[in-house]
Design a protein around this ligand. Sequence first.
Ligand SMILES: [Mg+2]
Length: 342
Amino acid sequence: MSQQYRSRPLGNGVALSEAYDTALLDLDGVVYAGGHAVVHAVESLGTAREGGMHLAYVTNNALRTPDAVAEHLTELGVPAEPADVITSAQAVARLMADQLPAGAKVLVVGGEGLRVALRERGLVPVESADDDPAAVAQGFGGPDLPWGRFAEAAYAITRGAVWFASNTDLTIPGARGIAPGNGAAVEVVRIATGAEPQVAGKPLPPMHRETVLRTGAKRPLVVGDRLDTDIEGAFNGGVDSLLVLTGVTDAAQLLAAGPRYRPTYVDRDLRGLLTGQPEVSEEDGGFRCGGWTAAVRGDALALEGEGDAIDGLRALCGAAWTYAGEGSCELDVAKAVAGLEL
Ligand SMILES: [Mg+2]
């Protein structure tokens, strides 16, 4: 695992789709959002694929099967096979199969994606604590998951079943707002039992391991919109990452990121796969990228210049991350960021 802190986004003279053999793409906020494709996603992924880059889709959502996710992607204009989709359900099923005997009974609190993944690993989904399960697997169950499932989990865990969770994302953003995610459901069971689950999903290593095993990637690039799942997961896996600004992360959050949350590259959207990334260079105490120079002035970040706004943000990252070192940048960035039309 890399423990070095990153002081600025890297430049790369060739297109990222040529520099890396496989893109490990997060879905929500990267490829689609609220049932629609994200701007520039369809054509950018099409071009990257035609150029020979392998595309894989990596989601913490354990509810849907890879077949269902691939079908949804294909409908949106991003042709995908089930084998191109890796879910946290698959990662937790492998984690469980490594620890449980073949044919072990597993109480499922979750959806079809979790059941299919457990069967694939030779484990037997059951529905009641009275079925004497060896373990509990908890994944996102969607709006129709009955409260009684948490009671079954609590009974089984109290009787000695080993508890696993696909992921612990606290929230799921949707078209109508923020909904409780699997992490919130895990908290319900944790409060009732006092137990701690083993967790597989991003940013933890079992998810990255599952992704590399299934894709055979030699030189993967993680592509995501969330610093504390996608980018930290890449850091934990020791691989490079591209942050896109089409999802939940804004410029101020990126500038405040501590070392394990700093992406290798940053771009507006998935067009960033197809271009070389410019260098961020340090000179006279300032950081230059494109036509922009960023520097620390008092307790604020200052930005001067003109040109492509994303280069301004890259220059600001260089100044903020170098100033913060192994910590998190607490300089005032509002004025510098407000001047950029991102
Ligand atoms: Mg996302």
